[in-house]
Ligand binder design. Structure first.
Ligand code: SF4
Ligand code: MG
Length: 320
């Protein structure tokens, strides 16, 4: 299996501008994470809101500049690319958002919206582009019939299909999908997930799928990383993570997922307290104030991510 992306010690710290305070506080939205994404897989990042999932996605695409660390795409360190080189590379790394309105200009028709990326990246001959637009519309389950309509004339699910078409028409290698179905009705969610899976097969796409919904993640992912307060606490192949979670935080998350085997008994682990603030994360293991298994060392020493079995890594003092 070939690596498409390597993320090395990535940090995204930014200063919080609270005008009335002289000293600016530093938010450690992403605080030294490492992972790899293999060509053709779906790698998911899960965690509660505010854990740094979206910031990670945006930083990989350099929509935010990383504070530190490396992002290596197809063997190339993209932090070293010039603005112009990065602009060209963007065709190969696309993003899908929770709210497709964020990427669909309401004043443009679907024809204009889908022709634009082809023009910007100078793909195909101008006379061929319309044909490509119609082709991608059909692939995502819409048709030529919709081409002169505006985004507001579509349902939420259809709009997400347009958002997906806009990303996929460029034939990218990597698509980062940030909560792409969270805003949709449950009945529509599986249709959109199935569309993403179909596109992956047909176009050979690799996904980074960002979500707080463990049910959806289980359905779509090959591997999953769990984030907590800007750090990765566990990474494993999907079924391994769901059947054998190691980190106490992952165990708590999994205990809240509905059981699909009637003979499987699971006790719900209720986490107390809110996710602490990334401005002032707890010392040592950032999960220690909420961890039912916390020990003395947990307050003092930050656990590192270590591989315990092939492909299954966890950051927790319980396993040292
Ligand atoms: Fe809990 Fe300690 Fe493991 Fe953190 S390192 S998850 S506090 S046991
Ligand atoms: Mg988010």
């Amino acid at each position: 299996s070939e690596l498409l992306l390597e993320v090395r010690d990535l940090k995204q710290h930014y200063k919080l501008d609270q005008g009335w305070l002289k000293e600016k506080k530093v938010v450690k939205a992403v605080d030294g994470i490492n992972f790899e994404v293999i060509k053709g897989e779906t790698f998911s990042i899960v965690g509660e809101s505010g854990c740094g999932k979206s910031t990670t996605g945006r930083t990989i695409l350099r929509l935010n500049e990383a504070t530190d660390g490396e992002i290596i795409f197809n063997g190339q360190n993209i932090g070293e690319l010039s603005y112009e080189e990065m602009r060209k590379l963007r065709r190969r790394m696309q993003m899908i958002f929770q709210d497709p309105y964020a990427s669909l200009n309401p004043k443009k028709t679907i024809r204009q919206i889908l022709l634009e990326p082809l023009r910007v990246h100078n793909m195909y001959k101008p006379a061929e582009r319309l044909e490509k637009v119609i082709e991608i519309l059909e692939i995502v389950g819409l048709s030529e019939y919709h081409i002169d309509r505006y985004p507001h004339e579509f349902s939420g699910g259809q709009r997400q299909r347009i958002g997906i078409a806009k990303a996929a028409i460029l034939h990218p290698e990597l698509i980062i999908a940030d909560e792409p179905v969270s805003a949709l009705d449950v009945s529509i969610q599986s249709q959109v997930i199935n569309l993403l899976l179909k596109l992956q097969r047909e176009l050979g796409l690799t996904y980074i799928f960002i979500s707080h919904d463990l049910g959806v993640v289980r359905h779509i992912s090959d591997r999953v990383a769990v984030m907590y307060l800007g750090r990765i606490v566990e990474i494993a192949p999907t079924e391994e993570l769901y059947y054998n979670p190691m980190h106490p935080y992952t165990k708590a998350l999994m205990s809240a997922v509905p059981i699909d085997h009637p003979d499987e008994k699971k006790e719900r682990i209720i986490l107390t307290g809110d996710v602490p603030n990334a401005v002032n994360p707890p010392s040592g293991c950032a999960f220690h104030p909420r961890c039912p298994a916390a020990m003395d060392i947990c307050k003092k020493v930050r656990p590192v991510v270590e591989e315990y079995q092939s492909g299954h890594a966890v950051a927790c003092h319980l396993y040292e």
